[in-house]
Design a protein around this ligand. Structure first.
Ligand code: ARG
Length: 458
């Protein structure tokens, strides 16, 4: 029989029991559930709503239940409806009627809202620290590759030379924004809903601010209807996770391309690649591909949450129980992806020689050649046209900017002199881009410094 048996004459259909139950997935919030109940019962005692010694007994027993769950001597009962009912049931088994006083001035509606906020606050911090680990790994990779020249692309066509340090630091910017986004989500999550009760608060003289302080919340929710029916903070975390996944997916896509024979810019460590069951020569980037694929699933979790919430009238509706599997999956996938991606990046072998070679072949210094003519006094559009003619000539004759003779340059414009070879030198092309945010050694050092300060300030 259920705890609401007073009102009902029949036992629940066993299929309804399974359908309704959430313990198989909400049991992971046991710690938050118990800590929330301890703070609640301490408040009930302090406010004289129940006797102090009963409050103490309940709190101590709850802590012993927590210890038993942590040690594994107690396991959640799959027959219980949810983790909240399970904990209360064990409490009452252990101390009898006194245990039945815990749920005074509380409903499972505000209880579950509290638990999920507490759980997501912790998970948010864990995701942030995984992102910081990834940022440190990027900083290390950048530091080792300040002079590694590679082609930069637009439309996946070789465009202008950059360095591998500059390239990976672009990803660091994305992950820094992800951390900032998570910090904002944390603020929105850090509001304490207990005391909203079922939907309309309570007549008991409770102290919500005390509970908030005990549990480390910055403030309390301002409207009881909203307190039990708001899941914006769940959706916001799912959105932050979707963006992290999108960034990881883009980075994975690059790595997948780079480790193909066509690029061969990098080599994956054996521990982070797999073989083929039929083609002995294969070394596949499965980890990067899976990270790219998981993005679809994490987006799906966000859409699930948005869709579950879109038609719900105030206040609590059982639909909202569907929030958990979606947000838990989103968190689990993002955490495992961040962890594996970071280790994969950490063990990645960079091939500076191949990158340099790829940067040399494709007239990647054409803009610099045009800029050279501009510095000699020519308007940019005219210089652009002449360099276009030189490229066409090179393609016809199988030459490059580096192998053209000075006479050949002269035939296109008399202002060319031997300093053109210096102007189109790739190292020079990169290092002259001293603009803030550019790929020159100095600019990249500044970016790196900024990244390191960001990591230190965490
Ligand atoms: N397991 C429920 C959930 O996750 C807890 C709240 C139940 N409240 C209720 N009124 N049935 O949403």
């Amino acid at each position: 029989m259920k705890m609401w048996e007073g009102r009902f004459k029949k036992a629940l259909d066993s299929r309804v029991n399974d359908f309704n139950s959430s313990i198989s997935f909400d049991a992971r919030m046991y710690k938050e559930d118990i800590e929330g109940s301890v703070a609640h019962v301490k408040m009930l005692g302090r406010c004289g709503i129940i006797e102090q010694k009963e409050a103490d007994l309940i709190a101590d027993t709850l802590l012993s239940i927590l210890a038993d769950l942590e040690s594994g001597t107690l396991v959640p009962d799959p027959e219980a409806e949810d983790i909240h009912m399970f904990v209360e049931q064990v409490l009452t088994e252990r101390i009898g009627d006194t245990g039945k006083r815990l749920h005074t001035a509380r409903s499972r509606n505000d209880q579950v809202a509290l638990d999920i906020r507490m759980y997501l606050k912790n998970q948010n911090l864990e995701i942030q620290s995984l992102l910081f680990r990834l940022l440190s790994c990027i900083a290390k990779t950048a530091e080792q590759n300040i002079d590694t020249i590679m082609p930069g692309y637009t439309h996946l066509q070789r465009a202008q030379p950059v360095t591998f340090a500059h390239y990976v630091l672009a990803y660091a910017q994305m992950f820094r924004r992800d951390i900032q986004r998570l910090k904002e989500v944390y603020e929105h999550t850090n509001v304490m809903p207990l005391g909203s009760c079922a939907l309309a608060g309570t007549t008991y003289p409770i102290d919500r601010d005390y509970v908030a302080r005990e549990l480390g919340f910055a403030s309390v929710t301002e409207n009881s209807l909203d307190g039990v029916s708001d899941r914006d903070f769940v959706i916001e975390l799912a959105h932050a996770n979707a963006q992290i996944s999108m960034h990881l997916s883009r980075f994975s896509e690059e790595i997948i391309l780079w480790c193909s024979s066509e690029f061969h810019f990098v080599e994956l460590d054996d521990a982070f690649s797999t073989g083929s069951s039929i083609m002995p020569q294969k070394k596949n980037p499965d980890i990067a591909e899976l990270v790219r694929g998981k993005a679809g699933r994490v987006y799906g979790d966000l859409i699930t949450l948005l869709t579950v919430m879109k038609g719900l009238p105030l206040a609590y509706n059982k639909d909202m129980q569907e929030d958990k599997e979606a947000i838990f999956d989103s968190i689990d996938q993002v955490k495992i992806c961040l962890e594996l991606f970071t280790s994969m990046l950490d063990t990645l072998k960079v091939r500076p020689d191949v990158m340099r070679q790829a940067a040399s072949g494709g007239f990647i210094n054409a803009t610099d050649c045009a800029d050279y003519l501009v510095k000699n006094g020519m308007p940019f559009r005219s210089a652009y046209k002449i360099v276009g003619q030189i490229v066409a000539y090179c393609l016809e004759t199988g030459k490059t900017f580096e192998t053209l003779s000075l006479e050949e340059y002269h035939s296109f414009d008399p202002s060319f002199d031997s300093s053109v070879y210096d102007a189109i030198n790739l190292e020079k092309c990169v290092d002259e881009r001293k603009v803030k945010g550019g790929p020159s050694r100095d600019s990249v050092q500044k970016q790196l410094q900024s990244l390191k300060s960001f990591i230190e300030a965490k």
